[in-house]
Design a protein around this ligand. Structure first.
Ligand code: SF4
Length: 81
């Protein structure tokens, strides 16, 4: 699963690092480091992090049922018309 965090939006609230510590980590007080590729077994933690981020900075590709995934599906459906 591919992950992108919009670091311009990220405010360093660390919710993601708390919920998926093997994918996201805080480096110092405010800067976030993360793995751009998450394994399937990390998807639950990633899904929680996506949902919990207060500024919706995290985008995860291939997360079924997540907000982003549903938005993508909707866009594809309307493109097909
Ligand atoms: S939860 Fe969102 S704002 Fe907080 S550190 Fe993670 S990406 Fe940044």
């Amino acid at each position: 699963m591919r992950l992108v965090v919009d670091l311009n939006k990220c405010q360093g609230y660390a919710q993601c690092a708390f919920l998926a510590p093997d994918v996201f980590a805080m480096h110092g007080e405010e800067s976030l480091v993360y793995s751009p590729r998450a394994e399937q077994e990390q998807r639950d933690g990633v899904a929680r992090a996506v949902a919990a981020c207060p500024v919706q900075a995290i985008t995860a590709e291939g997360l079924d049922g997540a907000r982003h995934g549903l938005a993508e599906a909707g866009r594809e459906a309307s493109d097909a018309r």
